[in-house]
Write a new protein. Sequence first.
Length: 175
Amino acid sequence: MRLRDAIDMLAESVEALGPTIWADLGCGDGTFTRALADMLAPGSLIHAIDLDGSTLRRMPSVHKGVRISTHRGDFMKQPWPFAGLDGILMANSLHYVENQAAFIRDCESHMRLPRRFLLVEYDVSEANRWVPYPVSQTRLTALFERAGYSSVRVLRSRPSLYRRASLYSVAAGLL
């Protein structure tokens, strides 16, 4: 996905009221990391974690005045090398987590109030080798509502490049 497309998927999801600290879990090549940085206030920090060290080495350390700190590792294994987060971005990575409800609760221990999640996922309900634990739009909304999130908002939807399903983005918040 191009950076412009990623920015569009996350549009109107973050109010840049001042510097904040975020994590991008399973950041891949950093396309969504940079898209998030475009929306955050200068002086913010994004912790980007992924297993692929080669993609992390190509990620900029600063984008639009936002620092990006990279961490090589498995975001599903805790403790993470960061805490005190204002938000978590997961772009095409929640579908790798088998017990998603427990994972969301685990994430909360690293976050300050209000807790914010930005998610991008495929709108599929049947598993395949690329999406082992699918999170359809309906399932993701229910997952966060059951976890007590007072705001679960679908932001955008677009066809996937792979034409298997559409991609959608969601902002979830807990005060």
